[in-house]
Write a protein that binds this ligand. Structure first.
Ligand code: ATP
Ligand code: MG
Length: 332
């Protein structure tokens, strides 16, 4: 079975629609045909200022949401990144293979550090893509299901894997990104050219999976649409409407041209109401299951311990090879 790995950051109280459509929904499908590893990447979450108690709570919420969305611990491995220390260890080795200029070209650092200013941002935020490369290479992943924002990081991952293989001998599988065009970038409801994001979207711009149905409906109704009245997909001139069409199409399986025909001559009102219902319908079962899973913390932690055990077994094998290839003295 080919292998798949992906991760999500516990940086908010819930996942949003972009995370769900761009990533998590593919994870659920791929657990059927891949040897799948999915992690809550808490090491990534501390690259920005955080509160420890909140991180702990959000990590459990993130894991519960993944299970609630359909990941089955019998069919895939769900774990918390910090439970497998090899992630940090391999990241160090890869840090030493990455050029400063190469790391400096990563655009996500520029975006994420803009708020605090580059010099106030942590070195961890700067080297984040290298940790991500370690996450992927450690599991010898063939495919990495992610949103379009991760393309550049996947390229770096391949470059670093290839560089290591070239210098120290064939060690890593070079992964391919798995990006679905139709849902690769769900945009902010208030700023429909920007990606919907946990850390940078305003509350009005983001649809959280765990949000109350009433709030979800209001946000969709207030989503920025465009001048004109036609429900038509047009990225250039109608990014707001196009985003909503993509969302409805992805959640219902109805092709966009069929939706355009359905709403022809009706204006935006009915269309938005329908989008809101479709979102509420998709999120409600996930929210209810998440709440149930969180009510039994001991069971959730037990499942995560099983995941950590399975992930650790793979990570330890890769890391043993890496230590040997790089020339670290074996412990007698
Ligand atoms: P942050 O702002 O803290 O980086 P995020 O919203 O980008 O949070 P991540 O945990 O970094 O969420 O990403 C998890 C997965 O969701 C990644 O595969 C990412 O590419 C995908 N993803 C994030 N936002 C979107 C989006 N708006 N559309 C499609 N996929 C997305
Ligand atoms: Mg992100």
């Amino acid at each position: 079975r080919p292998r798949v790995l992906s991760g999500i950051q516990p940086t908010a109280d819930s996942f949003h629609l972009g995370n769900y459509l761009g990533a998590v929904r593919q994870w659920v499908t791929m657990q059927e045909t891949y040897d799948a590893f999915y992690c809550v990447v808490d090491l990534h979450a501390i690259t920005v200022p955080h509160d420890p108690a909140e991180l702990r709570r959000r990590s459990r919420v993130a894991a519960a949401q993944l299970l609630a969305a359909g990941l089955d611990p019998e069919r895939c491995t769900v774990f918390v990144q910090s439970h497998v220390p090899e992630h940090a260890e391999l990241a160090w080795v890869l840090n030493c293979l990455t050029g400063m200029g190469e790391a400096g070209r990563m655009t996500q650092f520029k975006d994420k550090s803009a708020k605090q200013g580059e010099s106030a941002a942590s070195v961890g935020l700067f080297t984040y893509p290298i940790l991500q490369a370690a996450d992927i290479l450690l599991y010898q992943a063939d495919r990495v299901p992610v949103g379009a924002d991760q393309k550049q990081h996947l390229e770096l991952t391949r470059d670093l894997g290839q560089r290591f293989n070239h210098r120290f001998g064939e060690t890593f599988t070079l992964p391919q990104p798995h990006i679905l065009k139709e849902v690769e970038k769900i945009t902010d409801l208030q700023d429909p050219t920007a990606k919907m994001s946990k850390s940078s979207s305003s509350p009005q711009g983001i649809l959280d999976v765990l949000e109350a149905p009433g709030t979800l409906r209001k946000k969709v109704m207030r989503a920025v649409t465009d001048t004109g009245t036609e429900v038509l997909a047009d990225d250039e001139n109608k990014p707001g409407v196009t985003n909503l069409l993509r969302i409805q199409s992805a959640l219902t399986g109805t092709p966009i041209p069929d939706l355009e025909a359905r709403y022809a001559g009706q204006g935006y009102g009915t269309f938005k109401k329908d989008v809101a219902e479709v979102v509420v319908e998709a999120f409600t079962p996930i929210r209810e299951r998440t709440e149930k899973l969180l009510a039994n913390e001991a069971e959730l932690d037990r499942l995560l311990a099983i995941g950590a055990e399975r992930a650790g077994a793979v990570a330890r094998v890769t890391m043993a090879t890496v230590r040997d290839r790089i020339g670290f003295l074996p412990r007698a």
